[in-house]
Design a protein around this ligand. Structure first.
Ligand SMILES: Cc1cc2nc3c(=O)[nH]c(=O)nc-3n(C[C@H](O)[C@H](O)[C@H](O)COP(=O)(O)OP(=O)(O)OC[C@H]3O[C@@H](n4cnc5c(N)ncnc54)[C@H](O)[C@@H]3O)c2cc1C
Length: 270
């Protein structure tokens, strides 16, 4: 079994949920797999190496400029100790339904690049995440890169409610919106820690295309997002409260993403 930052794997080993026979430390691959590449000019793609630490993703102004949702999320992932060591690739491979970056990469329609003995293959994020703690990586494959396609007139946002700073989400939501004037041309939504029905949520995002970017439309999307999940009552809150958060946080992230597109257009227009 591979160990990257170890911040998910080691706690699972301590609890005996994971009992790997062998551990392969891939930290020597940091020089090769620790990078964030945003093409200069009008970029169409962001490439993030799997061994990029949370700290580096948080600090990257280039990444925040094209995908502000990344910084929104990294700000609220754990604490500096975890962020110094934990990796973007490890977060995705852990496939924890409460992890923030799985939602971020889903919202951004990321593509995962896997490498194995047979070469490399691209796996769309919706196919990469097979279920809680399960990915479509083969046992002899490693995640090497996350590729994020960029569209013009698009921005994104993430909001999380946590019980205390650095905690896992009670619930969180993300949104990416492409605008054509005042009309939504495309949208993708994501929810964290609320047992999301992925296809239903994709349908809610798709249904926004062609509609005006107004508060009424955001409110309806919030209501529909809350129906596209099935949260459970636990120590973090009741199912009813989490469903309320799914709705409210969807509204807020849609509003912020739209505002960010407008702000960027205003700057470009000046
Ligand atoms: C106290 C604490 C609080 C936390 N809070 C949050 C939070 O609020 N939000 C959040 O999203 N996360 C949180 N985390 C998790 C943190 O983000 C982890 O760092 C991250 O989930 C896993 O990254 P890692 O590099 O440590 O992975 P590891 O623990 O090293 O690995 C996790 C899994 O992925 C596999 N793996 C790792 N890299 C690769 C690769 N390149 N290819 C194939 N398989 C690979 C490993 O074999 C293992 O199965 C928290 C962790 C801790 C300890």
């Amino acid at each position: 079994m591979l160990v990257a930052g170890g911040h998910s794997l080691l706690p699972m080993m301590k609890l005996r949920i994971a009992n790997p026979e062998y551990l392969v430390d891939i930290n020597d691959l940091v020089a090769e797999l620790g990078y964030i590449v945003v093409e200069p000019g009008r970029p169409t793609l962001v490439r993030i190496g799997a061994m990029t630490r949370h700290r580096e993703a948080l600090a990257s102004d280039d990444l925040a400029a094209v995908c502000p949702i990344f910084r929104d999320a990294e700000c609220v992932i754990a604490d500096p100790v975890v962020r110094n060591r934990g990796t973007v690739g490890g977060s995705l491979c852990q496939a924890d339904p409460a992890a923030d970056l799985t939602t971020v990469c889903t919202v951004l329609n990321a593509v995962c690049l896997a490498r194995g003995p047979g070469g490399e293959r691209e796996i769309p994020i919706d196919e990469f995440l097979e279920g809680p703690y399960e990915t479509s990586l083969a046992h002899n494959e490693i995640l090497v890169e996350i590729r994020i396609p960029l569209r013009r007139n698009t921005s994104s946002a993430y909001e999380k409610v946590e019980r205390r700073v650095g905690d896992w989400a009670v619930a969180a939501a993300g949104a990416a919106v492409t605008l054509d004037g005042d009309t939504i041309a495309a949208a993708r939504l994501g929810l964290t820690a609320v047992n999301t029905e992925a296809e239903a949520l994709v349908a809610v995002g798709d249904s926004l295309a062609g509609r005006p970017a107004t508060e009424e439309v955001f409110a309806q999307a919030g209501r529909e997002a809350a129906q596209a999940c099935d949260p459970v009552t636990d120590m973090r809150g009741s199912a009813e409260y989490k469903r309320h958060l799914a709705s409210e946080l969807t509204i807020r992230t849609l509003r912020t993403a739209v505002q960010r597109v407008r702000n960027a257009s205003a700057v470009e227009g000046n």
